[in-house]
Design a binder for this molecule. Sequence first.
Ligand SMILES: Cc1ncc(COP(=O)(O)O)c(C=O)c1O
Length: 392
Amino acid sequence: MVEIALSSFVFLMAPLPKGRPTVCLIDSEALRWNFRQVRETIGPDVKILSVVKANGYGHGASGVARVLEQAGTDLFGVATLEEGVELRQAGIRSPIILLAGVYPEQVDELIRYDLTPAVSELAMLRSLEMLARGRGASLNFHLKVDTGMGRIGFIPVEIDSWLQELAKLEALKLQGLFSHFSHADSVTGDYTRCQLEVFGLVINKLHERGYDPPFLHIANSAAVITFPEAYLNLVRPGLMLYGIHPSPETTHHVSLRPALSWKTRILQIKRLPAGASISYGRTFITPRESVIGTLPVGYADGYSRLLSNRGVVLVRGKRAPIVGRLCMDLTMVDLTEIPGAGLGDEAVLLGRQGGETISADEMAGWADTISYEILTSIGARVPRVYYSSKED
Ligand SMILES: Cc1ncc(COP(=O)(O)O)c(C=O)c1O
């Protein structure tokens, strides 16, 4: 382990991979801190399903899940069967819910890896029941209700038909009932309240018919932070666990710590005269004699090509603009205003350096997208290195 003292923090870090220096550093202490903020916000009686789909929002699913399992999460949520299998193979023992759909041919793996599918329509409910029954197995499932997201889920007005189907189940066990808000960033509007009301009606109807699923859940990060009525008995945060706020409105309610920083080192530096052209398509021509640095990171690492001539990186605590088109594996930055910048200097793509920070939200603004996409796009060839920061 390498110990690096930096301002008031001490970092205990696993050795960095040798060779290409483009890495994401994941602070497990920040993950624990964010998890505690969820726990403190919702109180001790509501359970937590930590959403670690899409490779733990780009932070590395199994690395994040190990930290959050130790921190006390009750369940995990992933999108796909493969993501669930990855967690089981990494030794994760907590219940894992597959939130984004399953397929009949996956039934054996569902059983083998003890994964809990979300079921969102009748044909799948029937198929899984038949297949599980045929294998003499029992399979927990969570039933998804579409209260207004318009994506997947049973439609509330058709409740009588799906209640009839629930009555026939033998192999499938209803373990949870859930829905999803359509406003991921802000849940304060009337539409969100309406979704919660519809969900309440569905819950009541199930109770009237004698069903009492152990888990009822609808709250994403934004609802965890600002909408306690939506907690029910389980919340389902994703983004906030990684230290990112779902919207500027939520920043006043809870203090989060971004867990991921993305860094590389300068691969080459050139001094070029005015009028030199940089990268494909000649979209940047040096307006003066310039110092141009090349970074070993590109869109094949998930560093969006939309950052071309728009994004910045941090070098020596200063902002260096990206110039010209960002390439598959390489990106050029203008170092003219950063005296002394040298080969091998650290360049921060996301995170803090000196007094400057680039947040996922800021990067998302340059790329016309949202922080979720920035994080989940970071590619498989960028190693994730875990460390723990602790206040002195
Ligand atoms: C079904 C479901 N639940 C929970 C979440 C977590 O949402 P957030 O990251 O906004 O907390 C997501 C994220 O997309 C989701 O699709």
